[in-house]
Every structure is written in structure tokens, then in C-alpha cells.
Design a protein around this ligand. Structure first.
Ligand SMILES: Nc1ncnc2c1ncn2[C@@H]1O[C@H](COP(=O)(O)OP(=O)(O)OP(=O)(O)O)[C@@H](O)[C@H]1O
Ligand SMILES: [Mg+2]
Length: 430
């Protein structure tokens, strides 16, 4: 059996397309990052691919850099799913266990399947399902009832749905870039997998990831993604605010936003930063203080909207591990302090990648964290598949192999989640 596998994540963001190539070790909980590539996104708005031809060129560009760095050829990737169309709903799955027997993995799977039997409006599909709470008879709020005896099993499911057309356009962009989508995974989930510890995800933590065109809001509890929501606001709107207040171009707005990050600039509120006004050659000047006010208003709005969505769903009260801020815009100076103030003094910190052996220096930029998480998920799914196969009896394995050979029961894999059984990694070292 192979001891490691090449895993690839592609995150097509509103402003940046990022590809990460990594090596996942089947006997270790770590991955080595081998290559990272980034390209400015085109044809993507607020996390949704609008023009698959333009998006595919960005995927190719990002991937070619990552491939060259890792010295590999890539054919398949796990790809992120983002955008405001994604919505979380809570459903309850129920299952009767005859004879008061111990709960098995099959019972957990059945209760999950039962809870997913929902009717969706045309054009919408289930993209992610996680069981975040179980009840067994009178025992409530269980992380996992596996092995406990009982007769009435209930699972509280977080079902994330999305517009099928949005996923279809990403698939089209990937096809045009000559890549197969191995699986999809929510961008917020991938960032959480990359940057939150197992303990944080077990005990309860909120994650607010401010990207370029969107803000992903996620809550984890009992190791599951228990809430997910997306705001159509990110760093781009902050640059636009600067541009419209100072009657300049979006490019100048972005430049002023990044210039504000320089600690020497921020140290003197009355200092002036010069900029080009509109398309003219005329120069203007803005004080650091005014720039801070323009940016601060929008940053507070984004953080407050995220807070309100988390609060309504009871996520903040269920976040003993506090708030973690991620995404490219988390580099905005003073963000942690502003969030702490707006979230009632909640412990707040910036996201940092975890579970990395070699190559940590390649994923320091928060814009890489979603793609990094996709590679970690890919490795975890492979390990889960292998341990499932190993725990199967010989007859079961033979039957699956025969079924696979003749195509019985083959159907489309769910949009996100573990790799389809028997799926072979297609990526290879070049
Ligand atoms: N040093 C910095 N200070 C402030 N903002 C920054 C800094 N560096 C990058 N950004 C902002 O981060 C944003 C890009 O972040 P990211 O790459 O996470 O977004 P994305 O994945 O392209 O978009 P989305 O996830 O919303 O679809 C841009 O708006 C950019 O201006
Ligand atoms: Mg993003």
C-alpha cells in the first residue's frame, strides 16, 4: 500500500485563484506542502464563477506555478465551493433501534440519510451534510452515541444547500483547464480544517473568513460544521469605499488600503498619503486618520453582520474557543481588536495553518488557507476510505469490487464529502 498520496486543492476566489499541491501521509496526521501557485481571478464575482473561460485560465496559471514548484503533473483536484447562494438549514434525522442494542456506524449513517430526505426548490442541491448533535432516548447533546445502547436515535443535521448552476460553472472552468474535480468542499469548511485545531472544532469555535468578494461565516462543534453562511462583502468593497470617497480608481483604492497596513504609516494619524485622482494626473492627499475612518466603517459593518448571523443561530454562545479570523482581508491592521470589541470581548485570534510538516513558509499568506484545507481534506478522505476498506470482510470487499467492475449501484457522488469508494488518485509525480 502507498504510504503517501499527492493531494491538490484549487480555490477559485473572487480576487485570487490559488492552487496547493501537497503530500498527505497515510500513517501521519501531517501534510507536506510541495507547491503553491496564485493568479488574480477573472470571471468570478462574490465567490461565484460567472465566466468559466476566464476562470479556467486563472486556474491553469495558478496550477502551473504550483506544479512547477512541486515538480509534478496534476490531473485532479479537490475544489472549493463559495458564494452567497450557500445556505445552512437544520434538520432532524430519526431512527428506531429495535431491541435496545448498541449504536453502530451503520445506525449513524442511516439516521443521517433519513434526515437528508428533504424537498428542495428547483435548481438547488445539497452540497454538505454534517451531524453536529445526537440524542439517544433521554440523553441529549451527544457528540457521538457510538457503542451506547438505546432505542430512539436522533441526529441534528446541518444541511448546506447551494445553487446547482454555481457548482456547474466551476466544473466547467475546471474541465476547460483539463482538470477533473475529485470532490467539492465548502470554502469555509476547508479554511476551518486548515486553521482550527481538532480540540477547537470539538468544543465549539466561530470562524469568520473575510476574502475579496465574500465573507464565509462558519461554526464548528462536536467536530462538525454546525453552521455556514456567506456574506457578499469582502476586501473589495473596502477598496471601492476608499475609491468612491476619494474620487479615485479602484486600483488606487486598493493601493491605499494596502499602504495603510504599513505600521509606520499608521503611527502618524495626521500624516498624508498622496494618490492619483480619477483617471486624471491630478494628485490628491488623504490623512491616515480619514483613511482609517473610511475603512473602519465597512470593516465594522462586515464584522457586525457576521456576528448577528452567528448569534441568531446560537453559535456565539456555543463558542468556548472563541472567534478565529481568516481570509486575505484578515491582514487588515487592527482587525482582531475591532472584532474583540464588537463581539463582547470574546477571545479572538488570527487563523494559522496547522498539521503541516514541511512547507509551512509556502502557506503564510491567508489567501492560501482554503486551498490548503482542501488538500488536508483530500488526505483525510483517503485515510477514511482505507480504514473502511480494511475493516470490511473479505466477502464484502469482493462484492464491492465486482459491483464496481460491472457498474451496479454506481451513482453521482455527493457534491462534498469523502471520495467515492474505490476512487484511485490520478495525480502522479511528473
Ligand atoms: N495586507 C493586506 N491588508 C489588507 N487586505 C489585504 C491584504 N492582503 C490582501 N488583502 C485583501 O484580501 C482580499 C483577498 O483575500 P482572499 O484571497 O482570501 O479572497 P478570495 O478568496 O479571492 O475571495 P472570496 O473568498 O471572497 O471569494 C483582497 O480584497 C485583498 O485586498
Ligand atoms: Mg476565498
Amino acid at each position: 500500500m502507498l504510504s503517501s498520496e499527492l493531494v491538490v486543492g484549487v480555490d477559485i476566489g473572487s480576487t485570487t485563484t490559488c492552487a496547493v499541491v501537497a503530500e498527505a501521509f497515510l500513517d501521519r496526521d501531517l501534510i507536506d506542502v510541495l507547491g503553491v501557485g496564485m493568479a488574480p481571478s477573472q470571471g468570478v464575482a462574490r465567490g461565484v464563477v460567472e465566466d468559466s473561460a476566464s476562470a479556467s485560465r486563472c486556474v491553469r496559471e495558478a496550477l502551473q506555478s504550483a506544479e512547477a514548484m512541486a515538480d509534478v503533473d496534476v490531473q485532479t483536484a479537490v475544489v472549493s465551493l463559495g458564494g452567497e447562494h450557500l445556505a445552512s438549514q437544520t434538520e432532524i434525522g430519526m431512527l428506531e433501534i429495535p431491541g435496545n442494542r448498541p449504536v453502530t456506524a451503520d445506525h449513524l449513517e442511516s439516521v443521517r440519510v433519513q434526515g437528508q430526505e428533504i424537498t428542495l426548490p428547483p435548481g438547488r442541491e445539497v452540497v454538505h451534510v454534517d451531524a453536529c448533535d445526537y440524542s439517544l432516548d433521554a440523553r441529549r447533546g451527544l457528540a457521538s452515541p457510538l457503542g451506547m445502547s438505546g432505542s430512539q436515535l436522533e441526529a441534528q443535521l446541518n444541511i448546506v444547500t447551494g445553487a446547482a448552476v454555481a457548482r456547474g460553472r466551476i466544473e466547467e472552468a475546471m474541465q476547460r483547464a483539463d482538470l477533473t474535480v475529485h470532490q467539492f468542499a465548502l470554502e469555509g469548511l476547508a479554511t476551518g480544517i486548515a486553521c482550527l485545531s481538532e480540540e477547537e472544532r470539538q468544543l465549539g469555535v466561530s470562524l469568520v473568513s473575510i476574502g475579496g468578494g465574500t465573507t464565509n461565516i462558519s461554526h464548528f462543534r462536536h467536530g462538525a460544521l454546525s453552521f455556514h453562511s456567506v456574506l457578499p462583502l469582502g476586501g473589495e468593497i473596502i477598496s471601492k469605499d476608499i475609491a468612491s470617497c476619494l474620487t479615485t480608481t479602484l486600483g488606487e483604492g486598493e493601493r491605499l488600503k494596502l499602504a495603510f497596513g504599513d505600521p509606520q504609516v499608521r503611527g502618524n494619524p495626521q500624516a498624508e498619503i498622496t494618490y492619483r485622482m480619477g483617471a486624471e494626473q491630478e494628485m490628491g492627499a488623504v490623512t491616515v486618520d480619514l483613511l482609517s475612518q473610511i475603512m473602519g466603517a465597512r470593516v465594522e459593518e462586515i464584522l457586525e453582520m457576521a456576528r448577528d448571523r452567528l448569534m441568531v443561530r446560537g453559535c456565539l454562545a456555543a463558542s468556548p474557543c472563541g472567534l478565529v479570523l481568516a481570509g486575505g482581508s484578515s491582514r487588515l491592521p487592527g482587525l482582531v481588536e475591532t472584532a474583540r470589541r464588537l463581539y463582547g470581548g470574546m477571545p479572538t485570534k488570527l487563523a494559522e495553518p496547522r498539521r503541516i510538516g514541511n512547507g509551512m513558509e509556502l502557506v503564510r499568506d491567508p489567501s492560501t488557507h482554503a486551498a490548503l484545507g482542501l488538500t488536508i481534506l483530500a488526505g483525510d478522505w483517503t485515510k477514511a476510505e482505507i480504514s473502511r476498506a480494511e475493516s470490511m470482510g473479505l466477502f464484502e470487499r469482493l462484492w464491492l469490487a465486482v459491483k464496481d467492475l460491472i457498474g451496479i449501484g454506481r451513482k453521482d457522488a455527493p457534491a462534498t464529502g469523502p471520495a467515492a469508494p474505490g476512487a484511485e488518485p490520478e495525480n502522479g509525480r511528473g
